[in-house]
Design a binder for this molecule. Structure first.
Ligand code: SF4
Length: 103
């Protein structure tokens, strides 16, 4: 079985500025990607960065497709997508697999 690869951070960041589709309506379009993909070593996903990113996502008209996309591509380790942290997405994925609800 081939090894499962993850999209590179550059590709993930580019998706936020892609033309067409739900990405064109993204509230984060044109914003500093460091807000959503904090630089490792500088306090990856510190609470303030997460809170700021989530505030943007809360205003976003495409937060659901954004989250669905992140779950579909298996992006469980980097970035804020659809207002969720990687840890929250892993919890959502697990609850969907087991049929339980997230707390
Ligand atoms: S939900 Fe957040 S990360 Fe996703 S497109 Fe909207 S603003 Fe960007």
């Amino acid at each position: 079985m081939p090894a499962k690869t993850r999209p590179s951070l550059t590709i993930l960041q580019a998706l936020r500025t892609e033309q067409g589709g739900w990405q064109s309506l993204a509230e984060c379009k044109g914003m500093d990607p460091d807000l959503f993909f904090p630089t490792p070593g500088k306090g990856y996903h510190n609470p303030l960065e997460v809170q700021l990113a989530k505030q943007v996502c809360a205003q976003c008209p495409v937060s659901k497709p954004c989250l669905d996309y992140a779950l579909a591509i298996g992006e469980m380790w980097r970035g804020i997508w659809g207002g969720t942290t990687p840890q929250e997405r892993r919890r959502i994925r697990k609850s969907r697999r087991t049929g339980t609800t997230c707390a």
